[in-house]
Write a protein of this length. Structure first.
Length: 147
């Protein structure tokens, strides 16, 4: 598993690509400490402080297969399940120690079996009813979608 510092660098890089694609005027972004009960990133966008929680659209089975290429021929991989909707449900149940708005960014870097359209439809079916602590829910794959 990556260190918090390495994870932070990856998250900031992904967030900057997302912000550019979404047309957000991000003036700064900084990694937050998970021990402080804060979301992953603190940003200043158009003069407003906004926190972002990030999560990858990822199938655990695909991630394990990528980490161990010999398992790519494993017949069990054909039965792989995508856990993005379950991850979303866990995220909306969390509570954060900030009073500023929080937004959720779900990003796809290719470690899932489902297409962006299917993932977006699955997440939207839940987010239309419950966004939890999040003001907005975003999906960043081939394109940016606000759910």
């Amino acid at each position: 598993m990556a260190s918090e510092e390495e994870k932070g660098k990856v998250e900031i890089s992904i967030f900057k690509r997302f912000a550019a694609a979404a047309g957000l005027n991000c003036e700064y972004v900084e990694k937050q400490s998970p021990e402080d009960g804060k979301p992953d990133l603190k940003c200043l966008i158009d003069g407003e402080v906004i926190f972002f929680e990030l999560t990858e659209a990822c199938s655990e089975d695909v991630a394990k297969a990528i980490a161990n290429p010999r398992s790519m021929n494993d017949p069990g991989l054909a039965r792989a399940i995508d856990y993005t909707s379950e991850t979303y449900k866990k995220k909306i149940a969390k509570r954060y120690a900030v009073s500023e708005p929080i937004e959720l960014l779900i990003y796809n870097v290719g470690r899932t079996l489902l297409s962006d359209d299917v993932l977006i439809d699955n997440i939207r079916a839940i987010s239309d009813k419950n966004k939890g602590p999040f003001r907005k829910v975003w999906y960043f794959g081939e394109h940016v979608s606000e759910l």
